[in-house]
Design a protein around this ligand. Structure first.
Ligand SMILES: [Zn+2]
Length: 424
């Protein structure tokens, strides 16, 4: 079964290609990329007017299964990913049970294969039960299919423990994904510390709570020579910490979420629990800094931190409602609208942050590039259309999004996975 994609604007950040080209996919693998390809017997997809990018990979998703199926299942999460333009996602281990064993990893992968075409790359826990006391069995989980380890949701508080995690993960070729938060500073904070926390009369979380742990863990990456990836960078100080670590030559990479580059902490002033998250939404200056960091490559990747919760959970009082926001179906349009349309980040850099960068960080072979021999996975974008997320089109069980009804420039036209087209 062959597919010929004709006349698309092909953007491959890895090779620097940005040109009108045809792509032939044979048996799920890219067979040719060239001008004016003609092939007998191939199905033709006319991509005139569309951008053909390498398949987007969201390296930070909470699929919630096993254990929290009331919020999301692997099947509903992957349906949201497909609709949002993603051909692959990484799922965080804070399920119930926590993904701290080969058997949970196998369970997730089995469910994912049954659910549909989107690839799932599980992330194993740093510590057993993400309790921060005993290292999880990385070798067993790697054998089962994990691509990284993280205790995301809770920070690794103990520096010596983080050092051992980096050394063990490094010996397995796995990066450690850092939920950077000094819990002794964030305490019971609910929003960013600053004028907004004062006006709301609630305890704030200072930017330093994030930056201190980024500096600590970057130093430990330097000490061990192992790879550290900083999740959901939200502050100027943390961007500066990552920039410093890279200048030092430490193996440190970073990601930013669409909500942290799209919204400031003013979005929670009305106590909207759909804008309550951790790390919290920050100041305008922080938003500017993460966008500058993305533009200059200090921040490598865009990842959603897709965190579905039920309506009832988010309807509670502001201090009781859980943190998090869904993101799979708005991430790409937010990136196009807030970064590309405003000319603050190039389209090529945005495509890189959504495809090649996650693939590089996680070592996903054949993913995130458009070249002969790579996987036939593409995300197709229309830069002429607008998109609006309406609630009834949300595939996730949780509908907790502050972006419902927002008109955004740019739209996902569909995805191709192993040569099969899926309309968004
Ligand atoms: Zn986190």
């Amino acid at each position: 079964m062959n597919l010929l994609i004709k006349n698309g604007r092909v953007i491959d950040p890895q090779s620097g290609i940005d040109d009108t080209l045809d792509i032939l996919i044979e048996n799920g693998i890219i067979k040719a990329v060239d001008k004016k390809l003609a092939v007998d017997g191939a199905e033709v997809f006319d991509a005139t007017g569309l951008v053909a990018a390498p398949g987007f990979i969201d390296m930070h998703v909470h699929l919630r299964e096993p254990g929290y199926e009331r919020k999301e299942t692997i099947a509903t999460g992957l349906a949201a990913a497909l609709a949002g333009g993603f051909t692959g996602v990484c799922c965080m281990p804070n399920t119930d049970p926590v993904n701290d064993s080969g058997s949970v990893t196998h369970f997730i992968l089995d469910r994912a294969r049954a659910a549909g075409p989107v690839a799932v790359y599980p992330i194993g826990a740093v510590s057993k039960g993400s309790g921060g006391e005993e290292l999880a069995p990385y070798a067993e989980m790697k054998e089962a299919g994990i691509v990284a380890v993280s205790d995301d949701g809770v920070p690794v508080g103990d520096s010596g423990f983080m050092r051992r995690a980096l050394e063990y993960a490094g010996s397995m070729g796995l990066p450690v994904i850092d939920h950077a938060e000094d819990a002794s500073l964030s305490g019971k904070g609910l929003v960013n510390e600053g004028p907004v926390s004062v006006r709301m009369g609630v305890q704030g979380i200072p930017a330093e709570a994030e930056a201190i742990q980024v500096y600590r863990d970057a130093l430990l990456a330097g000490l061990t020579g192992c790879r550290l990836h900083v999740a959901h960078v939200s502050t100027r100080k943390a961007v500066e910490a990552v920039r410093w670590a890279k200048a030092k030559g430490f193996s440190v990479t970073a990601e930013v979420t669409p909500h942290h580059f799209s919204l400031t902490d003013e979005a929670v002033l009305n106590y909207d629990t759909n804008a309550k998250m951790n790390p919290p939404l920050r100041s305008r200056d922080d938003v500017d800094a993460v966008i500058e960091g993305l533009a200059d490559g200090t921040i490598d990747a865009i990842a959603t931190d897709h965190a579905p919760h039920t309506y009832e959970e988010k309807m509670q009082e502001f201090d009781r409602a859980p943190n998090g926001v869904i993101g799979l179906q708005t991430a790409v349009s937010l990136a196009l609208d807030r970064l590309v349309r405003s000319k603050r980040v190039s389209l090529k850099r945005v495509v890189d942050a959504l495809s090649a960068a996650p693939s590089r960080i996680l070592g996903l072979r054949g993913k995130g590039r458009i070249e002969v021999g790579a996987c036939g996975d593409f995300t197709l974008l229309s830069l002429r259309k607008r998109s609006v997320l309406v609630e009834k089109e949300i595939k996730s069980i949780g509908k907790n999004s502050p972006f419902i009804g927002m008109k955004l420039w740019g739209k996902v036209a569909g995805v191709i996975i192993a040569g099969e087209f899926y309309r968004s």
